[in-house]
Design a protein around this ligand. Structure first.
Ligand code: NFS
Length: 670
């Protein structure tokens, strides 16, 4: 029998084995040594007060078990989940708040290193926010936009600004069930209040607050963050880049940007390419400066500059074990504190930069948006100064994979019709005709509790084979990238004939990399555009679309899964259910939520079952929409079966995209 590896990434696995041979521990060994507590894992442990922790276990726990206060298993499990949603929402939204503060500072001229890069996007956002923009100075508009966004955090009553971006019917469902979010901070605080000891004990009622909080994340924090990042640094369009550990260079200074917030990373990209810095690197014996990314900061600078990515969450320790990383800056979220201990075995410097996050063993160089360039230059210099300390120690892996990233929803719309006729019509038509069976958001973390990245790869392979178009974000994208799945060639090799035809005609990969995890908001926008385009569902609910986070581990993933479910998308999360102890809570999140929102939050550890459930949801949605029944292999078996009119239409779209100037795939600047 083949040995089951710890990671499905070939290079990752080689590094893990190299580490084992050198007695270096990573999350993979720690996951093996540290078994999960079965009570906490399924949501049956209550620790919201100090009479506990109470473990609600035993025969018939659902009916009989209760905490010292009398809390039922359903109420305990629901509280645990709602607290995860609140934490996930807080993470994305605090990031969004920082983005809004940076936009404000840039507009007011106090953050001189930042400026408005995408004025068109600014105007579009201003329009949605009902802010006058015509004939006004750009910075005035940007200030008003920033202030309007900041209102969303502290709003006490009414609704979030962006609720109205959802299709009307989707909004109606939220209002009908009392879950339309008010202010972001208010929902997080109320979630924490209601889940503290002795407050809300009705599981359904608790979970409704979970939904309201999650919606404040999706249509608030995440969407605000995506929009401001586009305004400040540009809306992504496709570009070529590379991924995996071979992106590190033996003869250059390797500096990794890891974490989530794009602001400092953007300035580092700029600083590292300055002639003075490159000269300085040369004076220290390096041929140049090579930037690489990790996790979602990677996705941010990959999408806009083609900076290569070393991969997702489980790759962070492995990157250090190449021995080639001279410095790694980290800000917030998904940073393993283990990296500082590991870095002591190598020459790597770990630099924390956020005022919110310090890690023992790291050097702290605090970032604030008013002195961004200074901080960035200091960090780049630290990396350069550390280059001469590099030794031959390390796994020195050189394999890398090409990829295409940069699919903003604006670009996806544009690529289907060119500058003048940008629309979602061709996508809707392809789905209606059954060329594309449905759309899946394959997102979320990679996880050392399973063979890391393997479930992403399995599902990506099977879904595209089944003519399902994939949109991906976060570490899911990194998993697909390192597997070589983010190139158009993959469409030729692995996609089903119908999907392949569409991908070939437009010139896109069958898996579209949409960005960081906050950019899951782009999927909401795409789904809304598809609803408005007509021919499918007239709301997000009922679309032949499913969300999957097969290897999730972060609370943020639960917040994301919940906001998709409440927006009308059935969501399947991998792994054991964090509420698995309570059948009642699981029933609410699947059956009750489906009745109300036509979305659901499932947990399913078996990848084959995830696939079957996904295709079943898609086919049922097609049936309900009375779309042509999907027939495998119907289209393009000979690869010429697309009718001429449709082909001409697609070719015209592709030509339009190429001619309009903003189209085409650019080479990476990394
Ligand atoms: Ni998302 Fe991005 Fe990755 Fe998971 Fe962490 S980096 S915000 S939480 S691990 S996908």
């Amino acid at each position: 029998m083949d040995k089951v590896t710890k990671s499905a990434g070939t290079s990752a696995e080689e590094i893990i084995e190299w580490g084992e041979a050198h007695h270096l521990e990573t999350c993979f060994e720690r996951a093996e040594k540290l078994k999960q507590c079965p009570i906490g894992e399924t949501g049956a442990c209550c620790r919201v007060c100090h009479m506990g922790p109470c473990r609600l276990v035993g025969r018939n726990a659902e009916e009989k078990a209760e905490g010292v206060c009398g809390a039922s298993l359903a109420s305990v499990a629901a509280r645990n989940l709602v607290r995860m949603i609140a934490a996930g929402t807080a993470a994305h939204s605090d990031h969004a708040r920082d983005m809004a503060m940076t936009l404000l500072a840039a507009a007011e001229g106090t953050a001189k290193d930042f400026r408005i890069t995408d004025v068109r996007k600014l105007y579009k956002v201003a329009g949605i926010l009902e802010i006058e923009f015509e004939g006004r100075p750009v910075n005035d508009v940007a200030r008003d936009v920033a202030l309007k966004f900041l209102e969303d955090f502290g709003r006490q009553t009414g609704e979030l600004n962006y609720n109205k971006r959802a299709p009307g019917k989707t909004q109606e469902r939220w209002r009908k069930w009392g879950v339309a979010p008010r202010g972001i901070d208010r929902e997080v605080v109320e979630a924490l209040h209601r889940t503290s000891v002795g407050v809300d004990h009705d599981a359904d009622h608790l979970l409704a607050q979970g939904i309201r909080t999650a919606l404040a994340d999706g249509w608030g924090g995440c969407m605000i963050s995506t929009d401001i990042t586009d305004i400040l640094f540009g809306t992504p369009k496709p570009l070529r880049a590379e991924s995996s550990f071979g992106i590190f260079k033996e003869d250059e200074v390797n500096l990794v940007v890891h974490g989530h917030e794009p602001t400092l990373a953007e300035i580092i990209v700029d600083a590292a390419s300055s002639p003075e810095m490159i000269e300085y690197a040369k004076s220290r014996g390096a041929k140049g400066i090579n930037l690489g990314g990790m996790c979602c900061t990677a996705n941010e600078v990959l999408m806009r500059h083609g900076i290569p990515t070393a991969g997702g969450f489980t790759n962070q320790e492995l990157g250090i074990m190449t021995g080639l990383v001279d410095a790694m800056t980290v800000d917030v979220q998904c940073i393993m504190p283990a990296i500082t201990r590991l870095s002591e075995k190598f020459h790597t410097k770990i630099i924390t930069t956020s005022p919110k996050a310090k890690i023992p063993g790291a050097v702290h160089v605090e970032y604030d948006e008013h002195h961004a360039r200074e901080t960035a230059e200091k960090i780049v210099k630290m990396a350069i100064d550390n280059f001469p300390n590099r030794t031959s120690e390390g796994s020195h892996i050189t394999r890398k994979t090409p990829l295409i990233a940069g699919f903003s929803h604006e670009y996806i719309e544009y690529m289907q019709g060119g500058k003048w006729r940008a629309s979602f019509r061709p996508l809707n038509d392809a789905i209606m005709a059954g060329r594309i069976r449905g759309v899946v958001g394959l997102v979320g973390c990679d996880n050392p509790r399973v063979q890391a990245t393997s479930i992403h790869k399995y599902l990506a392979t099977e879904l595209i084979k089944n003519d399902v178009l994939i949109v991906s974000t976060g570490c899911g994208s990194a998993a697909c990238a390192t597997a070589g799945y983010l190139t158009p060639e993959t469409a030729l090799e692995n996609a089903g004939p119908g999907l392949r035809e569409v991908c070939e005609a437009i010139g896109i990969p069958p898996i579209l990399h949409l960005g960081a995890c906050v950019d899951n908001s782009r999927i909401l926008t795409i789904a809304t555009a598809m609803a408005h385009e007509g021919g499918l569902s007239d709301e997000i609910a009922g679309m032949p679309a499913v969300g999957i986070a097969p290897e999730w581990m972060s609370e943020k993933a639960i917040a994301i899964g919940t906001y998709f479910a409440a927006s009308g998308v059935p969501v399947i999360m991998g792994g054991e259910s964090p509420v698995g102890a309570s059948r009642e809570v699981e029933r609410i999140m699947t059956e009750v939520w489906f009745e109300r929102y036509m979305g659901a939050l499932h947990f399913e550890p078996d990848p084959e079952k995830i696939l079957a459930m996904t295709l079943d949801y898609i086919d049922r949605a097609r049936e309900n929409l009375k779309l042509r029944k999907y027939e495998p292999g119907k289209f393009g078996a000979e690869r010429v079966l697309m009718d001429m009119a449709a082909r001409r239409e697609l070719e015209r779209s592709a030509a339009g995209a190429a001619h309009a100037g903003v189209g085409g795939i650019s080479e990476s600047q990394g």
